[in-house]
Write a protein that binds this ligand. Structure first.
Ligand SMILES: Cc1cc2nc3c(=O)[nH]c(=O)nc-3n(C[C@H](O)[C@H](O)[C@H](O)COP(=O)(O)O)c2cc1C
Ligand SMILES: Nc1ncnc2c1ncn2[C@@H]1O[C@H](COP(=O)(O)OP(=O)(O)OP(=O)(O)O)[C@@H](O)[C@H]1O
Length: 317
């Protein structure tokens, strides 16, 4: 897959020289709604003999348009999003820098420069996609006009309720520790990629050594608490089960002063993995993080957490 990074204005050398079907959106999380849009693009490309392309943006538009509520953490930071898109067999991925200059481009100019001149022959997006200055361009206006490309609108994708599957809701689920709801909407377990770093070395002394995982990118962190997880150690290409604490360890630290850490006690594992690249897959929430009166109470609770994680992960490979 060719990744084309664009800072507005798009240069003529960046136009692809092949006819393309283009799926467009921010696509943070590549959740089931996004997957439907991407699958539709793949089908249209096949039917119309076009190359497969995706256009996404970086950073999130809120950074420019809504600084008070700006999003600086992601379900799939840009590198992960590109990797997921590539796995679908996409030919071109445009990453447009969402700057204030770009936000000011009118819908008509955007259509002309980013679609028409860029050999886009089919545009695929969800029913609520909007673009251009003030978000004036939308799927209906694209369909109503006689552009030199076809327009394919994906209807609202929902789970059991009638609520739209959305990045906003998945983020809220994670912040509430509702991992099952998050994973249902993603269609796969939520993952944070990281590197194993040195901790405070207390874990071993209390009988629960932990791998301290430092995220390698700006991920949304789940609510502080204890989770049943699986952890892939990249160099071994092997996945292990474990129990994880995300939090500030209030039993030992002033909660307001400390940085959040992600610590995984890997079951039946006793090797040094400092510096290893890992991926933590989040499966079930067990309980919120607590301040214990002493080490004994903490250890007795972690013993129970571990048993609970084991039984919750029985069906996991
Ligand atoms: C499953 C599990 C649950 C934990 N729950 C808590 C908790 O509720 N409160 C707390 O202060 N620390 C909790 N911890 C963190 C321990 O305090 C921590 O692992 C220990 O202090 C070792 O830290 P270190 O790896 O930085 O040396 C938990 C750790 C694990 C593995
Ligand atoms: N549930 C859905 N059903 C159909 N299309 C969707 C759905 N969610 C997103 N899309 C479409 O996928 C593309 C990317 O979506 P985008 O990331 O902008 O939306 P989102 O997931 O709803 O995020 P947010 O919650 O931040 O608004 C857009 O074309 C959008 O219309």
């Amino acid at each position: 897959m060719e990744v084309i990074e664009i800072t507005h204005p798009i240069k003529s050398t960046q136009f692809v020289n092949e006819n393309i079907a283009l799926a467009i959106g921010f696509f943070d999380g590549i959740h089931l709604g996004h997957q439907k849009v991407l699958q539709k693009m793949i089908k249209v490309a096949k039917d119309q003999h076009l190359k497969k392309a995706v256009m996404t943006f970086d950073p999130h538009p809120s950074v420019v348009l809504n600084p008070e509520k700006k999003r600086t953490t992601y379900l799939t930071p840009i590198a992960d999003k590109i990797e997921s898109i590539e796995k679908l067999g996409v030919d071109y991925c445009f990453v447009v820098n969402f700057s204030s200059t770009f936000a000011n481009v009118s819908a008509d100019d955007f259509i002309d420069q980013y679609f028409i001149q860029n050999h886009v022959k089919a545009v695929i997006a969800g029913y609520d996609f909007s673009f251009g200055k003030y978000g004036k361009g939308n799927m209906s206006s694209l369909q109503e006009n006689d552009y030199p490309f076809s327009v394919h609108v994906v209807s609202k994708q929902t789970l059991q309720d009638d609520d739209k599957i959305s990045t906003t809701d998945i983020r809220a689920s994670l912040e509430l520790g509702e991992i099952e709801a998050c994973n249902l909407a993603l269609g796969r377990p939520y993952v944070i990629k990281g590197m194993v770093v040195q901790g405070e070395k207390r874990g071993r002394t209390i009988g629960f050594p932990t791998a301290n995982v430092e995220p390698v990118d700006d991920y949304v962190l789940p609510r502080k608490g204890v989770y049943a997880v699986t952890i892939l150690i990249k160099s071994r290409d092997k996945t292990y089960k474990g129990v994880c604490n995300v939090g500030v360890k209030p039993t030992f630290h002033d909660p307001s002063a400390s940085q959040i850490s992600i610590e995984v006690n890997i079951f039946d594992f006793d090797e040094s993995i400092y510096g290893e690249r890992v991926e933590v897959y989040w499966h079930h929430f067990i309980r919120p993080e607590q301040k214990f009166d002493g080490i004994d109470a903490l250890v007795s609770q972690i013993t129970k957490d571990k048993e609970e994680a084991k039984s919750l992960l029985l069906l996991e490979r």
